[in-house]
Design a protein around this ligand. Structure first.
Ligand code: UDP
Length: 343
């Protein structure tokens, strides 16, 4: 059997990182995880083991320490590529603590890129976001849509990170990168061994819905029903986290087999379909048979009205398509919530 290739997954105990680790190992890769556990828990490794039978190598490391990543590359000389998830991601917190976000999300990237260059590791998949599009003028939004001024420090770190990676590639360094712009990742692994573990009161819609359905929150507040959308509530493109994870494996395969046409490729990862907040509530209730209270409140500051992905490029070039139906995704989120609450 061919030698297994090793991938460094930063932020690998986090929500998307853990699901991607499972998919990578299932496809025959070795995974080395680094994570500072600032927003995740070591028990995620047990969940991964329950699914695939092995625990990946894990190091609790803060990537803002200058030589931390380099030491990992020196220890694991077989690392061939990096998937970089590690970052702080709470939009609201980033408005209150911008420096934390610029430091944590950008210094870590710079040290990672330096270490990659010094150790001749040239393949990178980077976790970006549809926030770079702001409110697009045309929908569905393609990868060529203009980048808008970010409306939070978090969003700005994703834009700046993309620019840093682009500049390195323009400088004719050896780097090859795939930037993946996620829409709204939701759901949990079908085994319910891993899922989303939000810290404190969730900001995102689905964890708030599942916690309300579980009786932990009194009611869901729907932020605004006066948008220019069919039912007045905001529209997003909600993608199953396992579908999303699979796209990372394809991106890695592409980089490691030199199938990438250019040193920098950018893909939207969404379903290509938009759903309103009310549609999400109704679909959750229909899929799970659980109803919960909700009220309409004012719009949330910084929210855009509607966005969904044009996924043609990812479909054609990566041969990837989101496949899991929304109902199934919402059931997976609910099954996970029940499991972690012992319901
Ligand atoms: N939302 C809501 N109530 C909540 C959380 C979110 O109405 O408690 C709405 C939010 O205004 C947006 C959508 O749900 O229209 C998705 O929000 P989320 O924070 O999950 O993702 P975002 O697209 O903002 O990154």
């Amino acid at each position: 059997m061919a030698q297994k290739q090793t991938i460094l997954v930063t932020g690998g105990t986090g929500y998307i990182g853990s699901h991607t680790t499972v998919e990578l190992i299932e496809k025959g890769y070795n995974v080395v995880i680094i994570d500072n556990l600032s927003n995740s828990d070591k028990t995620v490794l047990d969940g991964i083991k329950k699914i695939i039978g092995t625990k990946p190598d894990f190091y609790q490391i803060d990537m803002c320490e200058p030589d931390a990543v380099k030491k990992i590359f020196e220890k694991h000389k077989d690392i061939k590529a990096v998937i970089h998830f590690a970052a702080s991601k709470a939009v609201g917190e980033s408005v209150e603590k911008p420096l934390k976000y610029y430091e944590n999300n950008l210094i870590s990237l710079i040290y990672l890129l330096k270490a990659m260059s010094e150790c001749s590791i040239n393949q990178l998949v980077f976790s970006s976001s549809c926030t770079v599009y702001g409110q697009p003028e045309e929908l569905p939004v393609t990868e060529n849509a203009p980048i808008q001024t970010a409306n939070s420090p978090y969003g700005n770190t994703k834009q700046i990170a993309e620019e840093i990676i682009k500049d390195i590639i323009v400088s004719k360094a050896e780097l090859n990168a795939v930037l993946l712009r996620y829409f709204n990742p939701i759901g949990a692994h079908p085994t319910a061994h891993i899922g989303e573990l939000p810290n404190g009161v969730p900001n995102n819609l689905i964890p708030f819905i599942t916690q309300t359905a579980a009786g932990i929150r009194k009611e869901l507040k729907i932020f605004g029903d006066d948008y220019e959308t069919p039912d007045g509530t905001a529209i997003r493109d909600y993608i199953n986290v396992v579908d999303l994870a699979k796209a990372h494996v394809i991106a890695i395969e592409r980089l490691l087999t030199s199938k990438n046409d250019r040193p920098l490729e950018i893909f939207n990862l969404g379903t290509g379909k938009g759903n309103s907040v009310l549609e999400m509530v109704k679909t959750f209730e229909r899929a799970t048979g659980i109803s919960f209270p909700y009220t309409i409140v004012d719009r949330r500051e910084g929210d855009i009205e509607q966005v969904w992905a044009d996924t043609t490029y990812a479909n054609e070039v990566l041969g990837w398509k989101a496949e899991i139906p929304l109902e199934e995704t919402l059931i997976s989120a609910w099954t996970w919530e029940k499991k972690i609450r012992n319901l």
